[in-house]
Design a protein around this ligand. Structure first.
Ligand SMILES: Nc1ncnc2c1ncn2[C@@H]1O[C@H](COP(=O)(O)OP(=O)(O)OP(=O)(O)O)[C@@H](O)[C@H]1O
Length: 305
């Protein structure tokens, strides 16, 4: 089953569209990134999909249920990790997880089993009886994720899951999300304004000013905007450029230090260039288009993280 379907989804606040009629799908088991700069409409979309906001127009289903007509069914099947801490700082890790299970009606014995296994999975087993106020920012974020898994959802929405964390804590959250998906097959729907995080996902939808500008795998999107670029410094750049054009039929442009070759398969081409250009290659570097280039290509302006 498709985990999320949005059809012409729109949300208006006053006289402006926060989400301006977007269409996309998320497949079950995917790690899906909703990428966009501040104010793009990511949180608003997640708000609609998690039944906290009503769309002005259009339709969305989550786990097969319409978010407006069957909000309870949707809520049972999703977990929602907010940017802000929801856990009670004065309660312990265990108490917070158990409280969540009560709110969702999970039988007590089952809840205890899940609590122990989730604290273990999140690397928080030794913090079980510690109050939340005594935990580090990274630990609190992992506890938030554990809390949202207590009712065993199939789909987890995470709004900027690594915002405000230091690099080490970010890596830990990512490793954990990868394990969640691998071990439990949970669909992950993340909003992010970090290009590098979107790069790590199976699929990316890029949102700008309420409009979906592109949607696909990171590699597929990058391939649509241009070729790889190979920078070469050689013993004779003029000869290298001539040979690359005439003998190998490649597109070549000038570069402040040497020459630049544009080709779809940059890394694979390098050995051939070294052996067939008829010059000594002193240095070589290959760069591929990034999601930043994709964003610029589709919106005409730079991405601000
Ligand atoms: N309750 C509201 N009332 C009026 N305008 C709103 C409301 N919520 C959001 N907006 C506006 O809708 C637009 C999209 O906001 P949203 O929070 O969805 O963006 P975002 O992509 O999640 O941004 P961020 O990365 O900063 O969280 C913004 O212009 C915002 O000011």
């Amino acid at each position: 089953m498709t985990a999320v379907v949005c059809e012409n989804l729109r949300k208006r606040f006053g006289d402006s569209d926060a989400v301006a009629g977007i269409d996309f799908k998320v497949e079950e088991g995917d790690k899906f990134a909703f990428l966009g700069p501040n104010g793009a409409g990511k949180t608003t979309t997640v708000g609609i999909l998690s039944t906290l906001l009503r769309p002005t127009e259009g339709r969305a289903t989550v786990a097969g249920f319409d978010v407006v007509r069957n909000p309870d069914r949707v809520r049972d099947r999703i977990g929602l990790v907010f940017q802000e801490q929801v856990s009670d700082g004065d309660l312990t890790a265990e108490e917070n997880l158990m409280l969540h299970s009560v709110l969702y009606g999970v039988p007590r014995a089952e809840a205890r089993k899940r609590m122990v296994s989730l604290l273990e999975l999140m690397g928080l087993a030794d913090r079980r009886h510690h109050r939340v106020t005594t935990l580090s920012g990274g630990m609190r974020r992992r506890l938030e994720i554990a809390r949202c898994l207590m009712h065993d959802p199939r789909l987890l929405f995470l709004d900027e899951p690594t915002a405000g964390l230091d690099p080490h804590a970010r890596v830990m959250v990512w490793e954990l999300l990868d394990r969640l998906r691998e071990e439990r097959g949970i669909t992950l729907f993340l909003t992010t304004h970090y290009l590098a995080e979107a790069e790590r996902c199976d699929r990316v939808a890029i949102l700008d000013r309420g409009t979906l500008v592109a949607d696909g795998t990171p590699q597929g999107l990058e391939a649509t905007v241009g070729a790889d670029s190979i920078q070469l410094r050689t013993s004779d750049d003029a000869l290298a450029a001539r040979n690359a054009r005439s003998a190998l039929g490649l597109e070549v442009s000038d570069h402040p230090e040497g020459i630049r070759i544009h080709a779809a398969n940059g890394p694979e081409l390098v050995p051939r260039l070294c052996s067939e250009l008829g010059v000594t290659v002193d240095s070589v570097s290959v760069s591929r288009p990034s999601l930043e280039d994709v964003f610029m290509h589709y919106t005409g302006h730079a991405f601000q993280e």
